[in-house]
Design a protein. Structure first.
Length: 501
């Protein structure tokens, strides 16, 4: 009896283990399904509208959401890199674009290099300005910010002031013109009386600078000592504005009415009789429009990388997916950017997207999702599909455990059946021992035979095992023989009693 109870307890433990395995399998399958259909909502701080970073991230949003419906991107418009980095630090944006010269918080991780901005400093072609320090006391077409609020300076103005201070100049040495880039460019187009120089931080072949180059004869001013500046500020690196980046300008800015009048009073030379009027017109047009390359030779300047960053705690999977779009779907990205005519010139920037190089200075480390994309580890097939294999193994274990428990339960039922029969035999033996007449013992004998018949039927129907039947048979034989002996004893006693009468 005690063994049967212990066996039932063991079976209960096995049933509990199978139930736990079922729960784990269901939980694993639910988790896998959740991850398969999980939506990644990503906020990206992108800078001001119509900026290069805004246009690129807007195209990324368009293509990524189309290719991967689980990704939902929200673009956060800001005033520039400093604002972007602050949003990244606070967690109000999970990703951000920022120039590489700015310090970042410990939460930031690099994802990709989007492009390189270059310092563009140019003046009118006939200007006396030859070097950066010649700008002292001049009018510079550059949107400015209050001197005492340096933290509010945008990327462009901050870069200009850093360069100026390197050459011994400061805020008060310049007169800044224009409330924005457009107004500053207009002032430069009017002439030296309004603005003598322009400073811009833009990628190579920038459209806005190309427009100025097409309207005004200008020349670039080199920024020397780039290597020394790089040592001071590792985010800035030597760069070159290559020859012919911008085509020649269309006209020379008028510097005075007198010169124009003198030019008009000068008699024109009589063309040769062999030269046609059409040829003369073409020659005049060619002379009027200078199509020489701008700049005429490579110009030394500074460059600064524009990075795409993500918070360290951002899920690696959406970062990997976005990198897949940036690196492998560039034609689609360029087409998405070019849908708006004003943004079409910026589509070429997707060709500049690259993998972040080894860390320089205070650059943050690579994001885990970027590491997964750029440095994929060769994973065995079983490991790569670990989720599927785990589900299959759990399912097989569950089936096997179910069969085992079913067999154990069936065995327990068989044991219980045999034990019940054995207990009844013991009870009948006790009843036979206390019987005093053949009439009392006959039903006991009859039930014993019925029990044996039931046991044989149970063995035939596999409701008990052979071992259980053999054990039962031994006990039944002893009990039946005891009953027969008691019956004989009762008959002998009854016979002797009758003889005495």
């Amino acid at each position: 009896m005690k063994n049967a109870i212990l066996r039932l307890k063991q079976i209960n433990i096995e049933v509990a283990a199978v139930s736990l395995a079922c729960a784990l399998l269901v939980g694993f399958l639910l988790l896998s399904a959740f991850n398969s259909f999980k939506t990644y909502r990503i906020g990206i701080a992108v800078g001001p509208p119509n900026s290069e970073t805004y246009v690129m991230m807007h195209a990324l949003k368009t293509v990524a959401e189309k290719r991967f419906p689980r990704i939902e991107i929200t673009l956060h418009e800001t005033v520039g890199s400093k604002d972007n980095l602050e949003r990244l630090r606070l967690g109000t944006s999970m990703m951000a674009t920022a120039q590489g010269n700015l310090p970042v918080s410990v939460e930031a991780r690099r994802v990709a290099v989007l492009f390189e901005n270059q310092f563009h400093l140019f003046v009118h072609k006939n200007s006396t300005i030859q070097q950066f320090w010649d700008l002292k006391g001049r009018k510079v077409a550059l949107p400015s910010f209050p001197e005492d609020k340096e933290d509010s300076w945008d990327d462009q103005f901050g870069a200009f002031m850093y360069t100026a201070r390197h050459f011994g100049l400061d805020y008060g040495d310049f007169t800044f013109v224009g409330n924005n880039d457009e107004a500053a460019g207009t002032a430069f187009t009017v002439g030296p009386s309004e603005a003598e120089a322009v400073f811009r931080i833009r990628p190579p072949h920038n459209a806005s600078i190309a427009v100025l180059a097409g309207n005004v004869k200008m020349r670039f001013i080199p920024i020397p000592e780039a290597d020394a500046i790089h040592i001071e500020r590792l985010g800035y690196s030597p760069a070159k504005i290559v020859k012919g980046s911008y085509k020649g300008s269309g006209r020379e800015v008028n510097v005075g009415k007198g010169q124009a009048d003198k030019s008009a009073e000068k008699p024109a030379e009589k063309p040769a009789a062999t030269v046609s009027k059409a040829t003369s017109a073409a020659a005049i047009a060619s002379a009027d429009r200078d199509v020489s390359p701008v700049p005429a030779s490579d110009i030394d300047t500074l460059g600064v990388k524009v990075n795409l960053l993500a918070r360290e705690d951002m899920d690696p999977e959406p970062v990997r997916l976005l990198l897949q779009v940036l690196m492998e779907m560039r034609p689609e990205l360029a087409a998405a950017a070019a849908k708006q005519e004003a943004h079409a010139p910026m589509a070429v920037l997707f060709g500049s997207v690259s993998q972040p190089t080894s860390r320089v200075g205070f650059e943050p480390p690579l994001h885990a999702g970027a590491s997964t994309y750029f440095s994929p580890v060769s994973v065995p097939f079983v490991v790569e599909h670990a989720n599927s294999f785990t589900a299959v193994i759990l399912a097989l274990l569950l089936v096997a455990a179910g069969w085992i428990v079913k067999g154990r339960l069936r065995g327990a039922e068989q044991v219980a059946q045999a034990n019940g029969q054995n207990r009844r035999i013991m009870e009948l033996m006790e009843e036979a021992r206390t019987s005093t007449s053949d009439r009392q013992i006959e039903p006991i004998r009859t039930e014993m035979l019925a029990i044996f018949s039931t046991a044989v039927s149970d063995l035939t129907e596999a409701r008990i095992t052979k071992e259980s039947f053999q054990s039962f048979q031994s006990i039944w034989s002893v009990g039946y023989e005891a009953i027969r002996a008691r019956r004989r004893a009762i008959r002998v006693w009854e016979g002797s009693t009758n003889n005495k009468r």
